[in-house]
Design a protein. Structure first.
Length: 82
């Protein structure tokens, strides 16, 4: 039986011309989930939940999703800037 493969060689000009940013790259999120907030801030998950509990970080609940407004993360970092 013969195996069929695709030719994955790019067009010659493909590497030279930058692609325009996609719509998802142009729109900044206004809120993120817990895991993304942890990656964005470098704060551990447990510490993030502590900050939510004491009111330092706002959350928005939509159904079972817990969202954190990105502006709340920015405010937290500004308050703690040294």
């Amino acid at each position: 039986m013969r195996r069929i493969t695709r030719n994955l060689i790019a067009a010659p000009n493909a590497a030279k011309e930058p692609l325009p940013p996609s719509e998802s790259e142009m729109i900044a999120p206004i809120s993120v989930r817990i895991a993304t907030a942890v990656r964005m801030t470098g704060i551990g998950r447990s510490k993030l939940y502590e900050l939510i509990q004491d009111g330092s970080i706002e959350i928005v609940k939509i159904g079972s999703a817990t969202l954190i407004p990105v502006a709340s993360l920015h405010r937290l970092l500004e308050r703690n800037r040294q």
